[in-house]
Design a binder for this molecule. Structure first.
Ligand code: UN1
Length: 509
């Protein structure tokens, strides 16, 4: 039996966690309500910052940067190592707060905090590896090299669905790179941001000499985000959210020649080939499509199934969809928690209606527990068999809807994978080497993430995370993503007594 939360107890629990982590009561007073998607109840109130306050925070962050950039990088890594330790100590509390404020099931809440710990470990190691190249020069008695320097204040705009981890991918790297960070979290998740800010302060206190303003949290609505986007004192803006948001952010950052790292919408597909291991495929599809109630950028939204196995796979998927537990995300048996709010529910219904009108056959998708919880939006995940890749299928709806399409030729399946405007994550399920390699090749998936025999979601932090086309082109987390948080200087040194010019130019005065 599914269980649903009772209205009334969450505010005390959230406040208890915030208090325990050291968030001062004064930060929980303001005019804007912070609510829980579990019941719709108000957890606390917070104060929004206006543009002027954000500008002040950016100025203080810049002053902190001027100090921090001269601290040796491995020493900066020590701060991030301590932050990782503090996160380990606070993991259970922060995870519980993520569940209460963002609606994630308990294991995903814990997983999100683990992702923060992992990036701290990664960044700590990286703090001794911010390498530049030495490059052969064409001139005698010369040496040419690259040096990577801290760049300045990094603005981070994050979304509700990863309310703390996305900030940490950016911040952990930025701190070891010698930058200061100003963070504008989603208006829907201010409390988890306050908690993280308090945990960071614990690490800073242990470190001892962190300049004030190195890490600043600015709570607020659009005005606060715009102040961050438009301020020339913020050379890097890392923004995660919808493609619509990215369309606003990208040109404004570009207009002042800032650097934008964009992680926007995804419309992620998986191709299921005739040779696929169906047991594994069903499990992978279930997590990727229904996990996080379909509210990951990497959520599986389109399943492209070969006609020969369609009738074997679909009943198994329908069974998984029919039996998945929807309910209180704190309960051990629950796999699907609530949608973030009523807007998300309305958008889901609009998409399902459009799919039906285009000939789609919908299983699931209905709201549950609406009588007991009128301000919370629990839905059964929807499986939608579609006759074609219609406009609705090509759009990202941030809800648990999986559109299923049929294919007969592998090239057609790859074409369908790539036909949508977004380009974040993709997968192929096959045991055929040619199909797997073709999918990963230059002529295969056009996405930033292309997987074989695992779903498109749940990426590890060690790799570069992000995607192409309307996903925005940014990369965050592992690999060499750190380079986006630094400026590169090319240095040429003449240790001789002559002055040979490049390209053989002579200029004798
Ligand atoms: C997001 O949804 O914005 O790969 C990020 C994943 C997670 C990150 C998702 N590691 O699903």
């Amino acid at each position: 039996m599914s269980s649903f939360p009772q209205i009334g107890a969450l505010a005390a629990q959230a406040r208890g966690i915030l208090n325990g982590l050291g968030v001062s009561a004064s930060r929980l007073e303001g005019h804007r309500a912070a609510t829980s998607p579990l019941t719709g109840e108000v957890l606390a109130h917070v104060a929004d910052m206006g543009a002027e306050e954000v500008e002040g925070a950016i100025a203080r962050a810049h002053a902190a940067f001027l100090e921090w950039r001269t601290v040796p990088a491995p020493r900066r890594g020590e701060l991030v190592r301590l932050f990782g330790e503090e996160l380990r100590a606070a993991k259970a509390d922060l995870a519980a707060l993520v569940t209460i404020e963002a609606g994630k099931i308990a294991s995903e809440g814990a997983g999100e905090v683990q992702e923060m710990i992992d990036i701290c470990d990664f960044a700590t190691g990286l703090s001794r590896q911010l390498h530049g190249l030495t490059i052969a020069t064409e001139r005698p008695d010369h040496r040419m090299m690259e040096t990577w320097h801290p760049i300045g204040v990094v603005g981070v705009i994050s979304a509700f669905n990863f309310p703390v981890a996305v900030w940490s991918w950016n911040a952990a790297l930025a701190f070891v790179c010698g930058d200061a960070v100003v963070w504008k979290p989603s208006e829907k998740t201010p409390l988890t941001a306050l908690a993280v800010d308090a945990i960071f302060r614990r690490a800073a206190a242990r470190f001892g000499s962190v300049p004030e303003g190195l890490s600043t949290l600015v709570l607020g609505a659009r005005e606060a985000g715009e102040a961050l986007v438009d301020d020339a004192g913020v050379p890097v803006v890392s923004a995660t959210g919808s493609t619509a948001m990215g369309r606003v952010v990208a040109p404004r950052v570009a207009a002042r020649f800032g650097r934008a790292i964009l992680e926007l919408g995804g419309n992620n597909a998986a191709i299921v080939c005739p040779s696929a291991d169906l047991d594994l495929t069903v499990r992978a599809v279930a997590f990727a499509a229904m996990g996080t109630a379909g509210q990951r950028c990497t959520t599986l939204r389109r399943l492209i199934v070969h006609a020969d196995i369609y009738d074997a796979l679909l009943p198994r998927l329908k069974k998984a969809y029919g039996s998945v537990r929807v309910g209180d995300p704190r309960a051990a048996e629950t796999l699907v928690g609530p949608l973030i709010d009523g807007e998300a529910f309305a958008a889901m219904q609009v998409a399902l209606e459009a799919a039906r009108a285009a000939g789609g056959v919908v299983t699931g998708g209905e709201r549950v527990a609406a009588d007991a919880l009128p301000d919370a939006f629990y839905v059964r995940p929807a499986l939608v068999e579609m006759p074609a890749q219609t406009d609705t299928v090509a759009a990202e709806t941030f809800a648990p809807i999986l559109y299923v399409l049929r294919y007969s030729d592998f090239a057609e399946a790859v074409h369908l994978n790539n036909e949508v405007p977004q380009g974040l994550a993709s997968s192929v399920f096959t045991t055929n080497l040619r199909e797997a390699e073709l999918f990963l090749s230059a002529a295969g998936s056009d996405c930033g993430i292309a997987n074989v025999n695992i779903g498109p979601s749940g990426a590890e932090i060690g790799g570069a995370f992000g995607g192409e086309k309307e996903t925005g082109g940014g990369r965050e987390a592992g690999s060499d993503c750190w380079k986006a948080y630094m400026r590169r200087a090319t240095n040429t040194i003449n240790y001789g007594t002559r002055l040979p010019l490049a390209q053989g130019v002579t200029f004798d005065v």
